[in-house]
Design a protein around this ligand. Sequence first.
Ligand SMILES: Cc1cc2nc3c(=O)[nH]c(=O)nc-3n(C[C@H](O)[C@H](O)[C@H](O)COP(=O)(O)O)c2cc1C
Length: 195
Amino acid sequence: MEFYDTIKNRRTIRELKNTPVADDAMERIISAGMQAPTHNHQREWEFIILRDEQEKDNALQFAKAYAEGYLNGKPAPETASPQQKMYAYAMPKQYTMLAQSGCVILPFCKGSGSMNLAAMWCCIENIFLAAAAEGLACSMRIPVGNEGANVARAVGAPAGYTMPCYIGIGYPEENTAVLEQVERNAREAMHFGKW
Ligand SMILES: Cc1cc2nc3c(=O)[nH]c(=O)nc-3n(C[C@H](O)[C@H](O)[C@H](O)COP(=O)(O)O)c2cc1C
């Protein structure tokens, strides 16, 4: 896929088929992540790959509890902003979008400082783009409160590692909802010389 098409095709999809993702595709995707820039030349990133239901149940129990709080929520009214509509749509799916995907990646970085997290997010974006290039799609959830630490403990991560998000990865379901985004064009955001 041409590079700019890959960027365009990367969208967050919260309805993924649970068709397994082939090992060689997963390896290419993680390898793309590991070619991201890093502040300390160490690439201290580790990836827990969850495929079977028991593994997912164990790691996703906290996301499940979170999503259950939203299951009886009402859809946002027509007059709501795109952000409010996105929130109302996405929160009840915070568990199913991961549990029902072909594969879940739990990325971990050593440390939790801004440099560690910045480098980890460069790696995560490479993962999203590589998945798009493979014809796959991703969802992501940012853990809230103690959730990340609870997941780390549940999957046996060593002390000192941080999980900034969960990534669901898989083939997108047909006819998934395409939610409106706030559009901004580059020209408007560019300031030549000064703001
Ligand atoms: C820092 C960050 C945090 C996000 N947190 C969540 C989240 O917790 N749950 C979720 O479903 N989506 C989350 N998203 C996905 C956004 O909703 C999504 O990227 C945004 O709506 C733009 O849509 P697109 O990815 O299709 O371009 C997050 C995205 C970013 C960049």
